[in-house]
Ligand binder design. Structure first.
Ligand code: DC
Length: 219
C-alpha cells in the first residue's frame, strides 16, 4: 500500500500548515499540487496563451518543467513568490479546469509519490481522483470569513496591499469554479475525514490526522 495522506479542501482551509505538520510527524514529504497548477498557469500567462484555449494551455503545461519542493521552479527559474500573485491566482482555476492539463499534472503527481513510496499530497482532487486508494484522506474546511482572514494575512505578509473583503470575494469565486467544474471537481471523498478547522489550532488538527493514520496504517 502506498503511504499516502490525501489532504483536500478549499483555499485557506489550512491544507499547507496541516500537511507540513502531518508530514513531519510521519516522516513523509509534502507535495503541494496547487503550486503545480499555479506554475503551469504562470507558464501559460508568460507564453501569452489564452487560459480558455484548452489545446494551447495543455501544450504549454506539457512542455513546462515544474519542480515543487521548498521553492517552486518553472523551467529552472525560481517562481515561488510570483505564483502567489494576483495574475496567477486570477487565472489558475480556468487553467486547471481543462482535463488535458489535469492529465499531465496528475501523471507527474503519481510519479512523484511512486519515487518516494508515499507522501502527504495536498490539493482539491487527491482523495477522489489522484489517489483514490490513499489509506488516509482528509477534507479540510473552515468558514469563508476565517479562510479569507487567513489568506489576507498571507497577502499582507507578502506585502500585497488588499482589503479582506477583496480577498474573500476572490476566494469565493475561485471555490465556486473549483467546485463547479466538470473535470475532477473539488469535493470530499466518500471515505474522507472531514475536519472544520475554524477556530482550531493547527497542532490539534494535525494530531487528529496522525491519530487516524496510526489507527488505520501503522497499527
Ligand atoms: O491550493 P491552491 O490555492 O494553491 O491551488 C490553486 C488552484 O489550483 C486552485 O484554485 C485549483 C487548482 N488546483 C486543482 O485544480 N487541483 C489540485 N489538486 C490543486 C489545485
Amino acid at each position: 500500500m502506498r503511504r499516502v495522506v490525501a489532504v483536500d479542501g478549499p483555499a485557506g482551509a489550512g491544507k499547507s500548515t496541516v500537511s507540513r505538520g502531518v508530514a513531519s510527524a510521519l516522516g513523509l514529504e509534502v507535495l503541494d499540487t496547487g503550486a503545480m497548477y499555479r506554475a503551469a498557469t504562470l507558464a501559460v500567462l508568460d507564453a501569452g496563451v489564452d487560459p480558455h484555449d484548452a489545446a494551447a494551455v495543455e501544450a504549454v503545461a506539457r512542455r513546462a518543467a515544474i519542480e515543487v519542493s521548498d521553492r517552486v521552479r518553472l523551467d529552472g527559474r525560481d517562481v515561488t513568490e510570483q505564483i502567489r500573485g494576483p495574475e496567477v491566482t486570477g487565472a489558475v482555476s480556468t487553467v486547471s479546469s481543462h482535463p488535458g492539463v489535469r492529465a499531465v499534472l496528475v501523471a507527474r503527481q503519481r510519479a512523484w509519490v511512486d519515487e518516494r513510496g508515499g507522501g502527504v499530497v495536498e490539493g482539491r482532487d487527491i482523495g477522489t481522483v489522484v489517489f483514490p486508494d490513499a489509506p488516509v484522506k482528509v477534507f479540510l474546511t473552515a468558514s469563508e470569513e476565517e479562510r479569507a482572514r487567513r489568506r489576507h494575512r498571507d497577502e499582507v505578509g507578502a506585502r500585497r496591499e488588499v482589503e479582506v473583503e477583496q480577498v474573500q470575494a476572490a476566494l469565493a469565486r475561485r471555490d465556486a469554479l473549483d467546485r463547479g467544474r466538470e473535470a475532477s471537481p473539488m469535493k470530499p471523498a466518500d471515505d474522507a475525514l472531514v475536519v472544520d478547522t475554524t477556530g482550531r489550532a493547527a497542532d490539534d488538527v494535525v494530531a487528529e490526522v496522525v491519530d487516524r493514520w496510526r489507527e488505520t496504517v501503522d497499527r
